[in-house]
Design a protein around this ligand. Sequence first.
Ligand SMILES: [Zn+2]
Length: 169
Amino acid sequence: MERLLRIADGARRRPGGVSPRHPPAAGEDPCTADTAQPEGRGQEGVDPMIQPLCRYCGKPLRKSVVTVALNSRQPKWRGGISRPDRPSSKEEAQRLFNEVIVSLRYGEDERGRYVSEVGLWDGVTYRDRFFCKGEHAQQFAYSALNYAPTLGTASYHEALKAQQEKEQS
Ligand SMILES: [Zn+2]
């Protein structure tokens, strides 16, 4: 009960700033790719070194990854990021960025194989603070209410109070 209430409170105090997103890369789970929830940066009392898990299903939460096209002067999509550098290995590519490379793709040209795309993670940000997808946030809310039926937001309790007062008069 106590914990559930604290989660509800935290949800209201989420920071508003959401950094620019990129379209889901090929092979990403379509169910989770577009659940644009505020990102989980700087969570209180959460160790950034520990992989957070979905509070509903226990699956590891997805990292917030920025994709950068390399050996390219033109982004692959509107708002995408590109760099002209042409690294030939992951080590070479990693030297170009402060963020951690968590995925990469190779391309081939007349000079041979090169790293054509990298996925960068800042080491702290996840796509969502608590859930792997919106559906699981919803399922969790139902579970929470089955467990604690009086649980509700301030708006709900105000409306409930007004309703009861109206009935009494
Ligand atoms: Zn889940």
